[in-house]
Design a protein around this ligand. Structure first.
Ligand SMILES: Nc1ncnc2c1ncn2[C@@H]1O[C@H](COP(=O)(O)OP(=O)(O)OP(=O)(O)O)[C@@H](O)[C@H]1O
Ligand SMILES: [Mg+2]
Length: 470
């Protein structure tokens, strides 16, 4: 075991000699200092595991010295020595980071006990930090399934680029995991304890996007009753994720380009530039090279963001990821819906392997969620695997017209609208499953037939469209 190094600072020579003798005989490596100057010199030239500091020194007070020592080594525990008269000061020192204090004259055994305790708790704290780091690291990648070589390479790239501050450009079809990877980049970076701020550029009306991103001054436009910080500012020292950047209007592209180049920007209606330290990650499912050619995306901005490109392959090009994804997603879904489904029948799995997944992992997740919800066994059979036909999944939610979006930050639709969308998608899936048999569908949905018909009518769904000959 390496010897533990202690620093004892007191202006009383006798006390220093006594402490040195006592502590050395307890196998500590002791350095003594008579004043702050000597103590700081010692601390700078060698690292100590713990310091014992007298509250009253000739050249400085012990509290200031403690803070200076913490400036050199923030995690070193400090024990304060104090006379009876200045216990209050010692309590204040504890508030400012001292481990504990002892009043003079103190029992040397008590000092030894306190030293041991301080060292133990310090060790525990640093082990906790390490453990947390490890767990977090594991967590970052534990929720990303990447069995295929292509996804393995993506994850390797994520690890390599995470620590840099360069802009990352994620390209991939809808549902391939762009947001998941963007978060993983943040969590694997030194910015992980700072904010990760995401914005979907396609979901926010042009008029609001600028102030969302850069903030605005009070009175900058009608309705701007107070000044607001933009997302760039909220993401200070963290990561800003610009999703669907291909949908950013040209006017805002200009402003973004300037913000990225100059690392500063002007909030709407303000003449005072704001400086921020933000790492930018962008994602797009559009082919931006094509968009540049068509004049819909600025070429200069494209080159400014296309620094580290990451391509997420479509699921159909990495089918070996499907079985582990199924395992992972089943566990995730079962936890959410509190059901215990252990797997799929071979035929059901075969069906998943053969599908071409236009909606990629998200579609796989939806398919499994439906199957888990519907199944009455703990194994999913192939008749519960309903896949979408055609190139785009008939997701009612995604087809919702922009007019549904509320003009508020984040642009969520109302709960009522979201519920209606869900209800409609649910009914369609249910009727597909039941081949248009209303009685069976009503039973699964837990509705009386008459109510079920009302629901279909409300959503303008025709039973006949789902009837299949048996
Ligand atoms: N490799 C993966 N491992 C585990 N889960 C994944 C993986 N890829 C995607 N997912 C899951 O699939 C869903 C869709 O992923 P995500 O939202 O990141 O995709 P996206 O590319 O941003 O989609 P969109 O283009 O529709 O916004 C999420 O629930 C995500 O957790
Ligand atoms: Mg996304």
């Amino acid at each position: 075991m390496p010897t533990i190094k202690l620093l004892v600072v007191d202006d009383d020579q006798n006390l220093l000699e006594l402490a040195r003798a006592r502590l050395s005989s307890a196998n500590y490596d002791v350095t003594v200092a008579v004043d702050a100057e000597e103590a700081l010199k010692a601390a700078k030239s060698g690292s100590f595991d713990l310091a014992i500091v007298d509250m009253r020194l000739a050249d400085e007070d012990g509290m200031t010295l403690m803070e200076q020592l913490h400036g050199i080594n923030p995690s070193m525990p400090v024990i304060i020595l104090t006379g009876h008269a200045s216990v209050e000061g010692a309590v204040e020192a504890m508030k400012r980071g001292a481990y504990t204090y002892l009043t003079k004259p103190f029992d040397p055994r008590e000092l030894l006990i306190q030293i041991e305790r301080a060292l133990d708790s310090c060790k525990l704290a640093s082990e906790n930090v390490r453990l947390k780091d490890l767990l977090k690291e594991k967590y970052d990648f534990a929720n990303i399934v990447a069995k295929s070589d292509r996804m393995q390479r993506v994850l390797e790239a994520v690890t390599r680029i995470a620590k840099a501050d360069s802009t990352v450009y994620i390209h991939g079809e809808s549902g391939t995991g762009k947001e998941l990877i963007a978060k993983a980049i943040h969590l694997a970076s030194a910015r992980k304890d700072k904010p990760f701020v995401a914005i979907n550029c396609a979901a926010i009306p042009e008029t609001l996007l600028e102030s969302e991103l850069f903030g605005h001054e009070k009175g900058a436009f009608t309705g701007a009753v107070r000044s607001t910080k933009g997302l760039f500012t909220q993401a200070h020292e963290g990561t800003l994720f610009l999703d669907e950047i291909g949908d950013m209007p040209l006017t805002i592209q200009v402003k973004l380009l300037r913000a990225l180049e100059e690392r500063q920007f002007y909030p709407v209606g303000s003449e005072k530039p704001v400086q921020v330290d933000v790492r930018v990650v962008v994602a797009t499912k559009k082919d931006l090279v094509e968009e540049v050619k068509r004049g819909l995306f600025r070429e200069d901005l494209f080159y400014r963001i296309h620094v580290i490109p990451l391509v997420l392959p479509p699921l159909k090009e990495r089918t070996e990821d499907i079985p582990p994804l199924v395992d992972h997603l089943l566990r995730k879904i079962c936890q959410q819906v509190k059901k215990d489904v252990v797997g799929l029948t071979p035929k059901a799995m075969q069906k998943l392997m053969q599908h071409d997944w236009p909606g990629n992992v998200r579609e796989l997740e939806n398919t499994l969620e439906f199957a888990v919800t519907m199944t009455q066994n703990n194994v999913i059979s192939d008749d519960l695997i309903l896949q979408t036909k055609g190139p785009t999944p008939p997701s009612v939610v995604e087809e919702a017209p922009q007019a549904h979006l509320l003009p508020v930050p984040g642009s969520l639709r109302s709960l009522k609208e979201a519920r209606a969308d869900f209800e409609r998608a649910y009914l369609i899936r249910l009727l597909e499953l039941c081949s248009g048999k209303a009685s069976k569908a009503a039973e699964i949905a837990g509705k009386y037939r008459a109510d079920f018909y009302d629901l279909l009518k409300k959503h303008e769904i025709k039973l006949a469209d789902y009837k299949r000959p048996n």
